[in-house]
Ligand binder design. Structure first.
Ligand SMILES: Nc1ncnc2c1ncn2[C@@H]1O[C@H](COP(=O)(O)OP(=O)(O)OP(=O)(O)O)[C@@H](O)[C@H]1O
Length: 404
């Protein structure tokens, strides 16, 4: 027997739990799909497509629904003799309009006719883009996923206005911009807002019932019959709804629980596997978050840990500042000014390591934020000790924490 042997006692098709698996049916998004279908309707009538801005938190089905509807639209377009092409581009690594134009030109060109990613003036790359789009002709829908990564947004009004500006004769182009940062909309110039956000669609977070239905659909494909009970799915869904209503996170939890059950060679997933998987995932999320922090971020976290240990949380940033300065002093590091220290606190909140809650004490007290840890203290301390190298000896750090 080899070191590796196929073991498929519980999984029929584990890949069905991966995020890149495209479900054949979308669950619990009827209202959103109906609004999306209306926004895409002009395509099937042969008219200029709407530009659509789609937003909602991570894992709420924005990409899955977009891919699903564009597949359906393509099939219906063929039936109605509408020429439709779609381009799906992720802007995660594209920061400028220039990079987006180059990426689109290369998407549209054959592999042996690609252009360099640098060296052209913007207007030349745009001309190439109009040429490619016009030679494709018909209706073209360009999906820009994670569009909030763009720091320079001119392409977001140049494409929608290309026909009106006489740059395109044959192609009718529409953009679908997808973002999980709604504030991004307010950072756009008013020109871009009015062209890109012609139709706006918001996707809310999933509740536990919707997550359970999504998990059931995937579990039926991923696992053999009777491996995953309704109770196990309900627990995964409850955790998912409690966290962020994110379907991806819930699917990851189910896969981790499935892997644990597979490791144990058991034939059924239990609630124990789900709870154990959750704590493993939480541990690695915290570790990854801490590894990515700067030294100052670690010192701010350390100050918050000490404040929590002293029973003084939730705390305001200005109350934390004194303890943070003491920590800096201990490690011979210059403290940041309060505003910068607060930025680090907010980063901890963004990573889910801390909670920040808005308080409003009316006219007299005004509006302010209070912070507390969102993660188990021991777990944080271990992760901090493992990763803190520049702010001192981990053992010393632990001892100091326990003394304080
Ligand atoms: N309504 C749904 N029905 C079936 N599967 C879904 C549904 N919503 C989300 N999923 C699945 O959950 C996972 C995450 O969804 P998706 O990638 O569409 O989220 P997103 O909102 O685009 O997130 P992000 O902004 O992080 O890219 C995918 O595997 C997707 O297939």
């Amino acid at each position: 027997m080899g070191l590796f042997e196929p073991d498929t006692d519980i999984y029929r098709d584990r890949d069905a739990l991966r995020e890149d698996y495209q479900p054949t049916e979308i669950i619990g998004r009827d209202d959103e799909l109906n609004r999306y279908i209306s926004a895409l309707q002009p395509v099937i009538n042969g008219d200029q497509p709407n530009n659509i801005f789609l937003y909602g938190k991570a894992g709420v089905g924005k990409s899955a629904c977009t891919r699903y509807l564009l597949d359906e639209l393509k099939q219906d377009a063929t039936r109605h003799d509408v020429t439709l092409s779609t381009i799906f581009t992720n802007c995660e690594d594209l920061n400028t309009s220039y990079q987006v134009s180059v990426e689109l030109v290369n998407e549209l060109r054959p592999p042996d006719d690609q252009i360099n990613t640098t060296g052209y003036p913007q207007h030349r790359v745009n001309e190439m883009l109009w040429e490619e789009l016009d030679s494709l002709g018909g209706t073209v829908i360009i999906v820009l996923d994670e569009v909030d990564h763009l720091r320079n947004d001119s392409i977001l009004y140049q494409i929608p206005r290309a026909r009106a500006n006489g740059n395109l004769d044959d192609a009718k182009v529409g953009i679908i911009g997808i973002s999980n940062d709604f504030k991004f909309r307010d950072t756009l110039s008013s020109k871009v807002q009015s062209s890109l956000c012609e139709k706006e669609l918001q996707f809310p977070a999933y509740d536990a019932e919707e997550l359970r239905a999504i998990l059931r659909q995937r579990a039926d494909t991923a696992f053999y019959d009777d491996v995953v009970s309704q109770d196990v799915l309900a627990l995964c869904a409850a955790f998912g709804a409690q966290d962020a209503g994110d379907a991806r996170q819930s699917l990851d939890l189910l896969m981790e629980a499935g892997d644990l059950a597979a490791e144990e060679n058991v034939e059924e997933l239990t609630e124990y596997h789900v709870r154990e998987a959750r704590s493993r995932m939480e541990e690695s999320r915290v570790k990854d978050g801490i590894i990515g922090l700067t030294d100052q971020g670690k010192l701010v976290l350390y100050a918050l840990l000490m404040t929590e240990q002293a029973g003084k949380t939730p705390t305001r940033a200005r109350e934390l500042q004194a303890r943070y300065e003491l920590v800096c002093d201990r490690y011979g590091v210059s403290p940041l000014v309060p505003r910068r220290m607060r930025d680090h606190l907010n980063e901890l909140a963004m990573l889910g390591i801390a909670n920040s809650n808005e308080r409003n004490e009316g006219e007299a007290g005004g509006r302010y934020y209070e912070y507390e840890l969102a993660t188990d203290r021991e777990l944080l301390l271990d992760a901090l000790s493992d990763t803190v190298d520049n702010v001192g000896d981990p053992e010393r750090l632990k001892q100091q924490f326990q003394r304080s």
